[in-house]
Design a protein around this ligand. Structure first.
Ligand SMILES: *Cc1c(COP(=O)(O)O)cnc(C)c1O
Length: 228
């Protein structure tokens, strides 16, 4: 896009989104893969700029941080908000009211709660099950056996649309190992007949893409360093 090559030097200025990076990432994504712009740690103004370039999908991981930004941006009705953080039971109602997609359903109990509250709220959120493919007690998510065990109960739940799996590669894995892990996620999604795989962040989205991601979640690689 001629005339828009202005912003790489402004990348670390919080109010300005790097349109160069945005277009560069978009250019590399195939048809089946969407960009989730992870706006946590960035101001509403950065979201507004990117939305003015036609982007609609934004990810936040903390409800308290997201709400004031959503309020500030309520005039932009085309924005789809994605919740990507650990979802605490007492936040489910607000998240169901305010978000369109939840990437981080990490237990059957949570899924049942989301389903019930979505029914009460007259909502039907799109959801993904968060899976961890390596043992990590500090990370939430289903292990693969846990997911398979919960599967028949999960797919029965009303008021939610379970469309895919989400995973986060453990930090200690190198890029090749991450690609293997992402492939595991893609294979499991295929086995369960789920279309979506939300995987890959700034450091590893190309590996995720190669393994069959349909959503890459990119924050710092798009907006620059987070403010907080
Ligand atoms: C913060 C976050 C991202 C984006 O991380 P970057 O490394 O800044 O791209 C993606 N997914 C989840 C779940 C996150 O919490």
């Amino acid at each position: 896009m001629a005339g828009k090559s202005c912003s790489s030097k402004l990348l670390f200025n919080g109010a300005v989104t790097s349109f160069d990076r945005f277009h560069e990432i978009q250019r590399q994504l195939p048809e089946r893969t969407s960009l989730l712009a992870v706006s946590k740690g960035h101001r509403a103004a950065a979201i507004r700029s990117l939305a003015s370039h036609g982007h609609c999908d934004f990810g936040e991981s903390r409800l308290q941080e997201a709400i004031p930004k959503m309020n500030e941006l309520s005039d932009i009705t085309k924005i789809r908000w994605h919740f990507i953080g650990h979802l605490q039971a007492n936040k489910v109602r607000s998240v169901v009211q305010k978000f369109d997609v939840i990437h981080s359903l990490d237990s059957l109990k949570l899924a049942q709660r989301v389903s019930r509250i979505a029914g009460e709220e007259g909502k039907s959120p799109i959801v993904m099950a968060q899976v961890k493919f390596r043992i990590d007690p500090n990370k939430s998510g289903f292990s693969e056996p846990e997911l398979l065990e919960a599967w028949f109960d999960l797919v029965k739940l009303p008021n939610i649309h379970l469309v895919g799996l989400m995973t986060i590669a453990p930090i200690m894995l190198d890029l090749n190992q991450r690609k293997t892990l992402f492939k595991q996620c893609r294979d499991l999604a295929d086995k369960l007949d789920l279309k979506e795989c939300s995987m890959g962040m700034s450091a590893d989205w190309k590996e995720a893409l190669a393994a069959g991601a349909t959503w890459v979640r990119i924050g710092s690689g798009l907006f620059g360093e987070r403010h907080k």
